[in-house]
Ligand binder design. Structure first.
Ligand SMILES: Nc1ncnc2c1ncn2[C@@H]1O[C@H](COP(=O)(O)OP(=O)(O)OP(=O)(O)O)[C@@H](O)[C@H]1O
Ligand SMILES: [Mg+2]
Length: 451
């Protein structure tokens, strides 16, 4: 049974809340002022406190901070008649779990209390994910595809072979390039990036090879190109497929002879930097379309690393989640390390279009939204649904059955996986809902059972 302390000086509110909460099966204590509240709080250590912000002998905010100082896990929900920004911010800062405005709405109150109870339960039951300072230059994954990549990085550590990394957006191409560099014999030398999609065509040659003073109008100073800046280190050419055709020829010449000249220069220079090229477009397709030189492609593809899609290595999701939670909490100065049961299952069932980056961004949002140290399935569902409607949806995603499946899943999740309640909300019978769940193969993730 959940213990709930109601603190409000209005007797009618105390009584209404008591009636309502007792009916839901909770044990309720009532206090009309700060003194009574503190004494009941110390005696019973309630799971949830519903606390009015205005009290006759003290302010709810003051009471909130005194209760917080006692270090119990109690979740404190503030109520107030004032829609005032300052107190809301102040209450959340002081660690209030949530905030509800008067006049109280029974459904809103029930949802808020249930969520608080759910967070408490998850908090008690789930182990905390590993904390500590994260290592950001590490590739996470134990799947077969990732093990293959680790082996290749090991082989590459002994030489300066040119590498091509292919893979869709957010699959970790840049990260792989950095790790190759860090594991090489020249890891103290520079790692220089040139994003071929970010430079206008006319300046690309000078970006790569540099230029002499006066080489063209506007060339007022000598400028070193990225090849020269990379020295004996690594030059990472991102979005290689965007390299203009005329520069592709010159770059191939450089790869073959390892010599180049600054634009407008006379002197031949040598470079031994390693080239790592990455592309999220398939270069062989670009070759077929006449947009990429075939001989340059042959030269680049000798060592190709294919960064796998996240949906092809779902078994890596738990490790990725722990890794990102450490990284995100460290960066944001937060302590959100717990996941409600079912969150990992839900993440495994999502169609990740933005791959690892999408997963990372989702977790950032979930950590920011979490009002305690727990990430709830309900929050994940909300973020996924929001992003789903705004993100790039494939045409197949617009089919009615697909939309119906998503809608059913979202509704179920928001009802704490209570099918009776979901069926009511969806306006269909329970047997119909059951048959749809079976037909669409919706995983009934065991969420936290709320009464
Ligand atoms: N295996 C992994 N382990 C840990 N973090 C990863 C992994 N793969 C990707 N990331 C992280 O995901 C984010 C996106 O990765 P990255 O920028 O390397 O992707 P990309 O393939 O270069 O994407 P794009 O094609 O959009 O440039 C980064 O924050 C990166 O650190
Ligand atoms: Mg990238």
């Amino acid at each position: 049974m959940t213990k709930i302390l109601v603190v409000d000086d209005e007797v009618s509110i105390q009584e209404t809340l008591e009636m309502f909460l007792v009916e839901k099966g909770h044990e309720v204590f009532k206090a009309g002022n700060g003194q009574e509240a503190m004494s009941l709080f110390s005696r019973h250590t309630p799971d949830v406190v519903i606390l009015d912000i205005r009290l006759p002998d003290t302010s709810g905010l003051d009471l909130l901070s005194r209760m917080q100082k006692l270090g119990t896990p109690s979740k404190i929900i503030m109520i107030t008649a004032f829609h005032d920004m300052e107190t809301t911010i102040q209450a959340m800062k002081l660690g209030a779990y949530d905030y509800v405005h008067k006049p109280l709405d029974a459904e809103e109150m029930e949802r808020t209390v249930n969520r608080a109870i759910c967070v408490l339960a998850v908090d008690r039951e789930t182990p905390t994910q590993e904390k500590g300072e994260p290592n950001t230059d590490v590739i996470i994954g134990k799947s077969k595809q990732m093990r293959g990549i680790f082996k290749m990085i090991g082989l590459l550590s002994q030489n300066r072979a040119t590498v091509l990394i292919q893979g869709e957006t957010g699959t970790g191409k840049e990260l792989i390039a950095r790790v190759i560099h860090r594991n090489s014999l020249y890891d103290k030398e520079p790692f220089i990036t040139l994003d071929c999609s970010a430079v206008v065509e006319s300046l690309m040659e000078s970006e790569l090879f540099g230029h002499e003073k006066g080489a063209f109008t506007g060339a007022n100073h000598t400028k070193l190109g990225k090849i020269e800046l990379a020295g004996k280190g690594t030059l990472f050419l991102d979005e290689m497929g965007e390299l203009p055709l005329n520069v592709q020829g010159k770059f191939l010449g450089f790869l073959q002879r390892r010599e180049y000249m600054r634009v407008g220069g006379q002197q031949t220079r040598k470079s031994s930097c390693r080239i790592i090229a990455a592309s999220n477009k398939d270069l062989s397709t670009l070759v077929q379309q006449g947009r990429f030189k075939e001989d340059l492609y042959f030269r680049l593809r000798v060592v190709t690393i294919q960064a796998p899609l996240l949906r092809d290595r779902l078994s890596d999701i738990p490790d990725l989640v722990s890794h990102f939670l450490r990284k995100i909490n460290f960066e944001l100065g937060t302590q959100v390390f717990k996941l409600q049961k079912g969150v990992i299952g839900r993440l495994k069932s999502h169609a990740w279009k933005g791959n690892v980056r999408e997963l990372e961004n989702l977790l950032v949002e979930a950590v920011i939204r979490a009002r305690s140290n727990v990430i709830l399935l309900e929050e994940i569902e909300k973020i996924l649904t929001m992003n789903h409607s705004t993100m790039q949806m494939g045409l197949e995603d617009y089919s009615l059955p697909q939309m119906e499946k998503e809608h059913i899943r979202t509704t179920l999740s928001q009802c704490g996986w209570n099918r009776t309640q979901a069926a009511r909300l969806l306006g269909i019978s329970l047997p119909t809902l059951r048959s749809k769940i079976r037909r669409y193969g919706i995983d009934l993730v065991e969420g936290c059972a709320v009464p």
